[in-house]
Design a protein around this ligand. Sequence first.
Ligand SMILES: Nc1ncnc2c1ncn2[C@@H]1O[C@H](COP(=O)(O)OP(=O)(O)OP(=O)(O)O)[C@@H](O)[C@H]1O
Length: 331
Amino acid sequence: MDGKLLEAENVSVDFRIDGQYQTAIHKINISIKHGEVVALVGESGSGKSTFAMSVMGLHNSDQTRVTGSIKLNDNELIGLSERQFDAYRGVSVGMIFQDPLSSLNPLMKIGDQIAEAITVHDKQSKKVKQRVQKLISDVGIVDVQRVSQQYPHELSGGMRQRVMIAIALANEPDLIIADEPTTALDATIQAQILDLIKEIQQKKNAGILLITHDLGVVAEMADTVTVMYAGQIVEQARVADLFNHPKHPYTRSLLRADPSEVNSGDELYAIPGTVPALKDMDHSKDLFLKRIPWLDKAEVEATVDEKLQKVSDEHYVRGNAWQNFEFLEDL
Ligand SMILES: Nc1ncnc2c1ncn2[C@@H]1O[C@H](COP(=O)(O)OP(=O)(O)OP(=O)(O)O)[C@@H](O)[C@H]1O
């Protein structure tokens, strides 16, 4: 199947803070095909996890308003009840988070936790034990019997992450959401875990939403990249196009501030300022422009078209500022 697996259109998320709704994500569109890896990048606070949690139905509905449309295999997710979400969470969608310790049950043996992930949704399975062992070995754990009898705290960070991947894959999901899956791991283990995710994704033709700060990981893993800033998408492109021909000043700043992109000896760029607080976000503007001190006020304050502009095939960018943007030292 090469149709759309995930189709999110016009998705907005508002949190109720001190009795008032404040917008964390404003009208974003993201789609993922079967077998495609879509990276979502942007600084802390840009809304990446908020989007992922909307897909998983993990927001507290009393405090959060999610609007727009999120379709998984053509089924609308927005508006589902908690029970309806349960039917596909962990089944059609698997999740891998940064911190396995907070997701794994500290009091339950690894084998039982994986079995629980399977049996919750497949109570008829008589071969749960064999499936658990296969899942453990599929994620590259050699000592299957011993690890299945261990508790999470007895494992290293890399092993725990493998266990979480086994749980995420327990029901062969169509979509895997990986939120900073390797940020907490050291470099060698990070590479192993990324290889593992990629291998499994290719074997199962799963789609992946990969949330990461790390542009090296993006280059390694992704097919397309969505760059978010202050709750909006500022640029979307195929991965090579984004790295070779970045357009939006934010994307260019992120690349310039990335240690893996900078030649040794060159000074690393520090993006001035910080992502604004939710209450200070006026989504009719290109909010990143406020962080470019050398732009004139009229440009910073200009209203920006809601629709992204098409730059080239599969390459879209927000607003017009990119057309004349230069870094101060290049002017
Ligand atoms: N439950 C919540 N209630 C109120 N505000 C929230 C809630 N969850 C997130 N936010 C706010 O929404 C904005 C987006 O947060 P989000 O965690 O989605 O960003 P992010 O890009 O995933 O950042 P990080 O990389 O740090 O995870 C932030 O300003 C955050 O403080």
